[in-house]
Structure formats: structure tokens, C-alpha cells
Design a protein around this ligand. Sequence first.
Ligand code: UD1
Length: 415
Amino acid sequence: MSKLIIDGCRSLSGSVSVNGAKNSVLPILAATLINAGENIIHNCPDLKDVDSAINILHHLGCKVRREGKTVIVDSSTITRYDIPDNLMREMRSSVIFLGPVLARCGKSSMSFPGGCELGPRPIDLHIDAVKKLGADVMESGGKLECTAGKMTGKDIMLSFPSVGATENIILLATACHGRTRIKNAAQEPEIDDLIAFVNKAGGMVARRGSEIEIIGTQTRENTEHKIMPDRIETATYMCMGAAVGGDIEIKNTCPHHVETITEALTQAGCEIVAGTDFIRLKRDKILGSTKPVRTMPYPGFPTDAQAPLMAAMLKARGSTIFLETIFENRYRHVNELMRMGADIKVAGRVAVVEGVTKLFGTKVRVTDLRGGAAMCIAAMSALGRSEIEDVFHIDRGYEKIENVINALGGKAIRE
Ligand code: UD1
């Protein structure tokens, strides 16, 4: 198992480039199933979850090849509709294959995704929608077997704007007769990227605010698409700059997608200049705290940026309050951050960070992807050397994070 060794307290300068978004490339790779032509997907990050999605496509009979950052999927050769348990478990978000497999094959068989390190991950909204659109669903022994009957578009009201459920409904609805309308749909930028891909493939999907309309249609067109920049990677690098101090540039990003992070860090005393596709962040005085941070569906503050921002606030003057509303168990990084000298109190979904003057490098163990990013940020602003174990969690969402830390003027090596 590899670990990261980080030497902290080195003022940052330099620039980094943001990769394609993990949370966009995964649903788009799944969406290639509904388009039995050649799908050329550019700007695919080199991540374990992307490999896992490609493994699922291979298993289903697709021809997939990777040329650098481009993945080419020909799904005309699909032969199966089942996804075995080991492939489902490789990737947390494998449930996004439910809609496209069912749309393409008229059947799907996969194991239930179950819980994960963030707490339970129910899929009731996905299942209710699949049933409403006309599929029979059998759940037994941890398996989910679906058979499409006469699939007809319907109005679906989501009780919560679930990102995964919205993606599954969009993809399944392309194979339904007539019009589907999703009300209270997720509005994350990754949803718009998926819609753009589906429309390029010949689909008919439109979003107006929190309502998405899908007209069922055959999608059979050779498609080329470039994945949008990763907004959580962008937020993570901004938090590195804020935590450690210095002057950094983040390139190939979309500043508009991280406005809540920009607002929080500006309030804390960072100087942030946003161009069309870059962000420059300067921090030369001691960081202050920021207004209470409440994680919310987009355009609210992203749950994925909660841990990185918390790490940035550990040495801020005053206290910062976090309220995590999306996932039950998303403070597992707190104990590890406290080992480095942080002062954090957690009560249920609330965490209060009291800024300390110093953090100390030590040995910590990564608990989950974004918690791991938080540990890197804390280690970069701690005195001395930190050893970060179980880096494989971080590798699920960041391409060689040590290269980014070094490019920004920090010091990290992987052992
Ligand atoms: C969530 C995040 C997304 C992030 C991703 C990876 C939100 C709204 N979504 O997407 O931005 O990129 O994690 O970390 O912030 N839920 C149900 N029943 C369902 C589906 C979801 O109760 O059928 C609940 C979940 O338990 C959770 C919430 O809805 O509390 C958010 O779920 P959802 O948006 O579906 O999660 P992801 O698609 O994983």
C-alpha cells in the first residue's frame, strides 16, 4: 500500500491544471451504452473509478480503448445485461449503469450497491423512478433484477434532487415512448454535461431550472464530447492555497462552478481573481474564519468540498461551523485532523472548528476520498513531516496528488 510523505509549511507558488471531472466522466461512460455508435470521450482523467467503469463496459461486451486522455467506446457489440458483484463493488457510483443498461437491453441484473464509507447509500429514488417508467423490479438476496415492460414517459417528482437518480432517469427516459419530466431534478453542472453528451448522440433532453424534459428517441450517432473540468479538484487546490498561503494559479477550470468556495475563502481573507478558465488565489495574511458552511445540492455548497474547506480553516482565526446535510457519516476525517493538533467538535451533523496557531505533522490514515484530500491540505500547513496512509482512497478522485502538491511549491513523495 502506498503512502504519501508531506513536509509542511512551505509557502505556495506556481500553477496547476485541472483534469476532467470524475463525477461527469462516470455517468457519461455509462451513457455510451444508449448510443450504439462510436463515442469519443476527451479529457477523461486517469483514475481508478474510470478504469472500473471501463471494466464494466468491457464486461458488457463493448469495445473500449484508451488513447491518453481520450476513451473511445463502441457499444454496438454489447452482449450482456448483468454486472457481477465484484465489478459493482469496485466503484461506489456503479448504480448509474442501471438506467442505461435497462434502456439498451430491456433488462438489467446487478447487485445492490449497499452502504459506503459516507454512510448508507439508498437507491429508493432510482428504483421508484424505474418502476414508474414501466419496468418490473425484483429485489432479492442483495440483487436487483429489472425487466422493461412497455416503457412510457411520465412525470417524476423527486423528493430530493438526487444526482444519481436524475442521471439514471435521463438515460432510461431516452428509451421510453413520449415525454418524461423530472421535477425537483438535480442541477449539478455534471448533469448539464451529461445532457450535452446525450443530445450530441441524438437525444432530446432540456433542463429548465429544476425541471428536466426528455423526449424518448433513438440515439445512434457517432459522438465526440469533452468532459467538463472537475470542480471539486478546483476547490481542493483553492483550499491548499488558502491553508498554506502564497500565490497560486489554477488553470483549465470553470470558476463559475466554484462560486460558493470562492465566497467562503474570500470572506476568510484570500484574494481571488477569476478569469474565464482560471483562478488566481493569493493569501498573504493570517486567515480569518468564514460564515457557517451548510452543504446543499448545487448551486449550494458541495458536500465534496466540506472536508477540504474544513482543512483550510484549521488555522484560521476564530471558529467556523459546518453543517453536513447530504451524507450522514461525512466527518470521518475529523479524528485524523485532530491527531495533527486541530480543534474540532462534532455533534451529529454539525462540526465546529476552532482555529489553532499550529498543526503538527504526524501519521494519519485516509478514511475516504475527500477526507484524504483534507489530510493532504492539513499536512501541507503543518509543521514537520506527515505520513498519510491508505492513499488509494485519494487516487479514486485525484490523479497523482503528489505531483500537484509539488507543482504548487509543496513537498510530497509517494512511497
Ligand atoms: C452525491 C452528491 C454529489 C457528489 C456525489 C459524490 C449531492 C446532492 N449529491 O451524489 O454532488 O458529487 O455524491 O460524492 O450533494 N438518496 C436517497 N435515495 C436515493 C438516492 C439518494 O435517500 O435513491 C439520498 C442519499 O442518501 C444522500 C442524498 O440523497 O443523502 C444525496 O444523494 P445523491 O445526490 O443521489 O448522491 P450521489 O448521486 O452519490
